[in-house]
Design a protein around this ligand. Structure first.
Ligand code: ZN
Length: 211
């Protein structure tokens, strides 16, 4: 994997997902970030996640990598050099508690291995992407399937918004939001990340006591 600088994530970018968690559909992109320590590539290995912090949900997302400095007016296809399928792992119980208190989500979203990515492939055109679904298999069964055409905020809007508010440059990743179907992982689950019919990454969940 090429060097990664910032990891941005978009929340609630598919209406059906916002609805399944009883959240309102946002009127402007909702961004948060993860530490680079959260990043891990799924290449067939065991992925360690905390066993003692309540349920951990998978959120399967298209991840884009920024290939050059952002300039106003630049098009997604010129700025983004590659993409992957990722999982934004979320401590769902911790997140609900944080939401209730009005606290930042970092504890629920920023733990080690919470930003899982498959291998990266060259960025196709937006039109091509709309013809290919991304999906997650859990123990061989499809649990999530999505397509960028169902995003509330498209990739262009996301990159412009991110650049304007936080800055955007080479090596930044953006997790672009999850479609519906999020759910929990259990110890020894086998996860497979698919772009159309191609497997871009896989791993096994290993729940460990974090003290
Ligand atoms: Zn997410």
């Amino acid at each position: 994997m090429n060097k990664v600088n910032n990891i941005y994530c978009v929340g609630r970018n598919y209406a059906a997902h916002a609805k399944e968690l009883q959240n309102e559909v946002p009127t402007s992109p909702m961004l948060f970030s993860k530490p680079t320590h959260a990043l891990v590539e799924a290449s067939g290995q065991d992925i360690s996640l905390p066993s003692n912090r309540g349920s951990i949900h998978f959120e399967t997302e298209i991840v884009i990598r920024i290939g050059k400095p952002y300039e106003k007016g630049i098009k997604v296809e010129e700025l983004v050099d590659s993409m992957a399928i990722g999982i934004d792992f979320t401590l769902r119980v911790v997140q609900s508690e944080l939401k209730k208190k009005g606290h930042p989500w970092l504890l629920a979203k920023g733990f080690p291995n919470s930003a899982l990515v498959s291998k990266f492939i060259s960025f196709p055109s937006i039109e091509e992407m709309k013809m290919i679904d991304f999906s997650l298999l859990k123990n061989g069964e499809t649990v999530q399937q999505g397509n960028i055409k169902n995003m509330i905020f498209d990739l262009q809007t996301i990159i412009d918004f991110t650049a304007l508010n936080f800055g955007l440059g080479e090596g930044d990743l953006i997790f672009t939001g999850t479609p519906e179907g999020v759910g929990p992982v259990s110890n020894k689950d086998h996860l497979t990340l698919l772009w159309g019919n191609s497997v871009l990454g896989e791993c096994f969940i290993k729940l460990d006591l974090i003290v």
